[in-house]
Write a protein that binds this ligand. Sequence first.
Ligand code: IMP
Ligand code: MG
Length: 183
Amino acid sequence: MLIRTAKEDIKYVMFTREQIAARVRELGRELSEKFQGETPLMICVLRGAVFFFTDLCREMDCQMDMDFISASSYFHGTKSSGVVHLLKDSGIDMEGRHIVLVEDIIDSGLTLDYLVKLFATRRPSSITTVTMLDKIVNKPDRFHVDYYGFKIPDEFVVGYGLDYADYYRNLPYIGVIREECYQ
Ligand code: IMP
Ligand code: MG
């Protein structure tokens, strides 16, 4: 049986690990300035944001604490199911806290919209949203994110945490897979 490696399935690389690292450093600097003297609660939306989150937090030099939640709107496909499921919630008291929600990518905007509305009910001081990638989609009233790494065209991307059917998350760069890799 022929087993292809994850890298062999990549049609092209959209952002190299060096480009990602440079952009994450800039975002880290901006967020450090914003939260100077504060202790934000950094929340990672698992699983896609995991590498972005850990890299971003290490590029910030303010005090912080971290938590991990899990949300899903995709079920082994490349289009959102339209329904967000909170698979794992945060157990930390958010009242009076500066919350920073860290996502991998915004497509329809449904996931972040859902999470921000949910966390707003817990009376935080503020909620800041950060995403590594922001897809340019033709939807004028879509969720507006506070910080993004890169804007990208409406293509399905994998790597640096992003998956297709749970594969390719471990690629160190962001890329597009070849058509024949979609079952
Ligand atoms: P939204 O709710 O439509 O904004 O979708 C957000 C979620 O869908 C993200 O957190 C990702 O997990 C997933 N997603 C959206 N676009 C892509 C993509 O191009 N590759 C991999 N996952 C994606
Ligand atoms: Mg996600």
